[in-house]
Design a protein around this ligand. Structure first.
Ligand code: AP5
Ligand code: MG
Length: 202
């Protein structure tokens, strides 16, 4: 069975934290566009140079750059048995591009034949105050360059405008959205996710 799982949720909802754990459990790669872009910035690649200021401001990197990066990653051998996508898609344009890439056979494409390109979407739901608390805490602990108050506000407002509507896009395209309460400890949230997925793909 293929395991093509998307993590959706606002900044600070725990997508990266939970996807790392689930990736170990399922044995499929965790693909984070934020991590890939930060690596490109650190390496000083052409993509990184174009993305750096955009990311620091909390804006979205242009769809065409991110789509090309993800399409290439999904073509790698380790994505053939499935993947956990974290931070992508973030716009409807990206969601459509992902559907097209998967139906063209990339990333565990269509072994089951004919069905939806993605198996399930995990949507993490967390109160605004808790999101701010977590992100400001990370700013203090790790100094991530986009965890300033202005950038956090910008990222969250873009999330609600551009990304949250994907929670409607997927059901309209035949893909279940598992809404998970993301409040509480990391382990509590993880057990809610595995319980929900056991009814879907595990
Ligand atoms: P990205 O790296 O995806 O960052 P983000 O969107 O700001 O999301 P976060 O990583 O902050 O949130 P998360 O939900 O992963 O939470 P996490 O587990 O880290 O993107 C960065 C930038 O790259 C974007 O702004 C954009 O510019 C660009 N970009 C990326 N993808 C793009 C795309 N597809 N298109 C265009 N541009 C793109 O947890 C957050 C903190 O909370 C951590 O410190 C964690 O330890 C803590 N925490 C997690 N769970 C819990 C818990 N249960 N209890 C207490 N603390 C917790
Ligand atoms: Mg993250």
């Amino acid at each position: 069975m293929t395991r093509r799982i998307l993590f959706l949720g606002p900044q600070g909802s725990g997508k990266g934290t939970q996807a790392v754990k689930l990736s170990v459990l399922l044995g499929v790669p965790h693909i984070s566009t934020g991590d890939m872009l930060r690596a490109a910035v650190a390496d000083g690649t052409e993509l990184g140079r174009r993305a750096e200021a955009i990311m620091a401001a909390g804006d979205l990197v242009p769809d065409d750059l991110v789509v090309a990066m993800v399409a290439e990653r999904l073509g790698a051998d380790d994505a053939h048995c499935g993947f956990l996508l974290d931070g992508f898609p973030r716009t409807e344009v990206q969601a459509r591009a992902l559907d097209e890439a998967l139906s063209a056979g990339q990333g565990a494409g269509v072994e089951g034949g004919g069905g939806a390109a993605v198996d399930v979407v995990v949507l993490l739901e967390v109160d605004h105050d808790e999101l701010m608390r977590r992100l400001l805490q990370r700013a203090a602990d790790q100094g991530r360059s986009d965890d300033t108050a202005e950038s956090i506000e910008r990222r969250l407002s873009i999330y609600w405008e551009e990304t949250a509507p994907l929670a409607e896009y997927y059901p309209a395209h035949g893909v279940d959205v598992a809404r998970i309460d993301g409040m509480g400890s990391v382990d509590e949230v993880f057990s809610r996710i595995t319980k929900a997925l056991s009814e879907e793909t595990l």
